[in-house]
Structure formats: C-alpha cells, structure tokens
Ligand binder design. Sequence first.
Ligand code: ZN
Ligand code: ZN
Length: 153
Amino acid sequence: MSFKNIFALAWLVGFLLIGFGIYYNNSMFAYGLLLVIICGVINWIGGKLGFKLLGFQEQQKQDSEKNNEEQQKQDNEKRHNYICYKCNTVVQGPKTPVYTPCPSKKGAHVWEDLGLIGNDHYQCPKCGVAVKSKKTPVYTTCPKTGSHTWGKM
Ligand SMILES: [Zn+2]
Ligand SMILES: [Zn+2]
C-alpha cells in the first residue's frame, strides 16, 4: 500500500467520521473534521513536495533525453540497409523494421540485413535495386533469381 493510498483512506475515514458525527450528533464529527483538515494539510505540503520531486524528475528526464540524442547519433552511425526480398523495398534504420504487409505478394515484408550504410553505391544488375553501403552488401535473396550480385557503381 502506497503513502497515497493510506492518505486517501485516512481522508475517507475522516469524512465517514463526520457523517457518523452528524448522524449520531456526537464527538465523532470533531475527530472526522480534524482528520480531514490534517489530511488536507498533508496533501497541500505533499503537493508542494511532489512538485519539487517532479521538478527533480524533469531534470532527470532532460538528462536522459540528452543521452538519448547521443545514443541516436551513435545509432545513426550504426544504421543498416534492410531489404525485403519480395518487393525489393530498401529501408534504413538502426534495427530490423517492423514486418508490415508487403505490397508484392501476400503476407508481410521479410527484411534482410544488407549491412551498414555508407557512401558507396552498389547495384544488383538482375533486379536493378541500388543501395548506399559501407562495403559490399550482403548477398541476400534477389527477387529475380538466386541472390543479389552487388556491383560497385
Ligand atoms: Zn516486401
Ligand atoms: Zn537483385
């Protein structure tokens, strides 16, 4: 049980006591009122404290976002070409793309990793697909026949 739940329960009990106090016209009303007021004060202080804690978390979030940016930069240098052997769509990314529906045949794209993206152009003369790659791309399945035969352009 978290602090928040205990607090909410205490508040509820406070209101119940007020209710009983009004119904039976006894001192429970005063206890209930006291409990509700105490809970209100705790809530007010807790809220202020909470904001401070949130502010602290905000800072941490910014720090982690900064780290994410750096990570993104590193990931960009590690981006690969991925090709679907069914439709020859080439996408670039840090990891294997999602297996979304493929336009060529029934079913989903089947992504194959061609390796790191680079500045050299390579083309498969059989199917005509061209990619920019760091080194000769992987000889993945060519939709025409066999595997792609990459030639440097
Ligand atoms: Zn496809
Ligand atoms: Zn090919």
